[in-house]
Design a protein around this ligand. Structure first.
Ligand code: NAP
Length: 288
């Protein structure tokens, strides 16, 4: 299967490499072409527009910043719809609200193109190992046609129902991550200010029932102040906006998310947006 990827940022590049190494023919488009050029050494072809990508691929996966960008790449000048051919499938792997996802799926359907939502859990390093968790919304029949592609990316896949249900699940997941990063940061800071070694704090935490993948894998980096991005803090804040928007629409009471969003927003204002989301720790340490 020829698979096209639009957006070769942190996640998109990793997904492209994984698919190429698992035998798929991979083509990519990125707004900043130069950032995609490094993928050529993995036998990945770089093309000039989403239109060209769609015309050459059976499946196009969008892995983009937010809804306006997806809309532009999908329906704008030289967008995906202009490369339409029989059998073209679009899968959105960005993190957006289920409401926007449904609207986008309808616009594609109106143009005769099938769309599913396929957001993922796991960062670039798990993507490169094919160990993501994939959450699928949309028609099962459409998903089955490109199942082999998602099997190469994900260790587990959940088929959740109609368009938007993958994204609804993803937002419920990311509310966990945003709040957990804050909670772990506060624990590390309290331990440090109390004269304890933060690595000992993590050793104790990770000996208990309350350990998490984050406290095990990200915790030591957080304690050392290593915030090399696998998922930008500004992207986490964008997700909190999407969660708050969705919560408003479905009448979900989420006071912790609201507070978390305010904290991440302040961190971005203070210049912490381009580090890893776990760098919320360094913002908390520096602010009063
Ligand atoms: N990183 C993760 O661990 C992870 C995990 C799950 C889901 N996600 C989701 O995946 C999506 C991408 O995340 P990422 O971590 O890969 O972020 P990223 O590294 O910042 O990549 C963002 C991508 O969006 C493109 N983009 C931004 N503004 C654009 C515009 N105005 N027009 C065209 N393209 C534009 C960027 O192109 P340029 O290179 O030209 O800027 C880049 O390809 C987000 O929705 C994120 O929430 C990320």
């Amino acid at each position: 299967m020829n698979v096209g990827i639009i957006g070769t940022g942190l996640l998109g590049s990793a997904i492209a490499k994984r698919l190429a190494s698992s035998g798929h023919s991979v083509l990519v488009y990125n707004r900043t072409r130069q950032k995609a050029e490094s993928l050529k050494k993995f036998e990945i072809q770089v093309v000039d527009s989403p239109k060209e990508l769609a015309s050459k691929c059976e499946l196009v996966i969008t892995i983009l910043k937010d809804v306006p960008v997806i809309e532009q790449m999908a329906f704008g000048e030289n967008g995906i719809v202009h490369g339409k051919h029989d059998g073209l499938i679009v899968a959105d792997m960005s993190t957006i609200s289920p409401i926007s996802s449904k609207n986008i799926a309808k616009k594609f359907t109106d143009k005769g193109i099938s769309m599913i939502d396929t957001p993922v859990m796991g960062g670039p390093s798990l993507a490169e190992k094919g160990q993501m968790v994939v959450m699928v919304g949309g028609k099962n029949e459409t998903y089955q046609k490109c199942k082999t592609v998602f099997d190469a990316i994900g260790e587990k896949t959940f088929l959740l129902g109609e368009n938007g249900s993958g994204h609804a699940m993803k937002l419920a997941m990311n509310s966990q991550i945003a709040i957990l990063a804050l909670s772990l940061s506060e624990g590390i800071i309290l331990a440090k200010r109390s004269g304890l070694d933060p690595l000992t704090f993590l050793k104790v935490l990770n000996s208990t029932y309350f350990k998490t993948g984050m406290s095990i894998n990200k915790g030591p980096k957080m304690a050392r102040g290593d915030f090399e991005p696998s998922f930008f803090l500004k992207m986490m804040q964008k997700d909190l906006d999407e969660i708050e928007f969705t919560a408003g629409k479905v009448n979900a009471n989420m006071p912790m998310t609201k507070l978390a969003n305010k904290i991440y927003q302040k961190a971005i204002k203070e210049g912490f947006g381009d580090i890893d989301y776990t760098g919320i720790l360094s913002y908390l340490e520096k602010s009063k």
